[in-house]
Design a protein around this ligand. Structure first.
Ligand SMILES: [Cu+2]
Length: 174
């Protein structure tokens, strides 16, 4: 057997034998990784964009029996600030009608008592998965009066299509 360790066709530098096109694609790929890592890092830790929180763990079998989820609905917690505790279950939201005044900042706490659901409130940043055992939390501000339909966007069974509701933002001064 011959020893091919001293291949005389290869120049000395470790990268010289890489095709220039391939080398440029490698550089491009590494640059993309750096850009994406920075984008994720900056949006997540500097701008505070976070996926819906999963910090609150609950028992889906008992969550509706006591605590805030036993009386789902909206509560005022400060000037212009509201909190909504909402249950998603086959096949409706509780509450399915929510009314807030214009300019209200609303924090939604949503959990499921059965299977996985979703909550998407049209024209807002509220779009989350509702996983049994977790409380999903997200805050939105409603500056424009009108009706904001919300739907379950995670197929949850036969009557999934009927799982919707409405958030109404009442104009100021009414
Ligand atoms: Cu559904």
């Amino acid at each position: 057997m011959t020893d091919d360790g001293g291949d005389s066709d290869r120049p000395g530098s470790a990268t010289d034998w890489i095709d220039p096109l391939e080398r440029n694609w490698l550089r491009f790929s590494i640059a993309l990784l750096v850009v994406f890592s920075l984008a994720v890092g900056i949006t997540g830790f500097v701008l505070g964009f976070q996926v819906p929180g999963e910090h609150d763990r609950v028992d889906p079998n008992t969550v509706a029996d006591s605590g805030p989820f036993s009386e789902p609905g909206i509560q005022k917690i400060g000037s212009g600030e509201y909190e909504v505790y909402m249950l998603a279950k086959q096949f409706f939201f509780e509450p399915r009608e929510i009314t807030v005044p214009q300019g209200a900042t609303v924090t939604f706490h949503v959990t499921s008592t059965d299977v996985q659901h979703g909550l998407k409130i049209q024209d807002t940043n509220v779009n989350m998965q509702i996983v049994p055992g977790h409380v999903s939390t997200l805050t939105a501000t409603f500056d424009e009066a009108g009706e904001y339909p919300f739907i379950c966007h995670e197929f949850c069974g036969l009557a999934h299509a009927g799982m919707f509701g409405t958030l109404t933002v009442e104009p100021e001064g009414e």
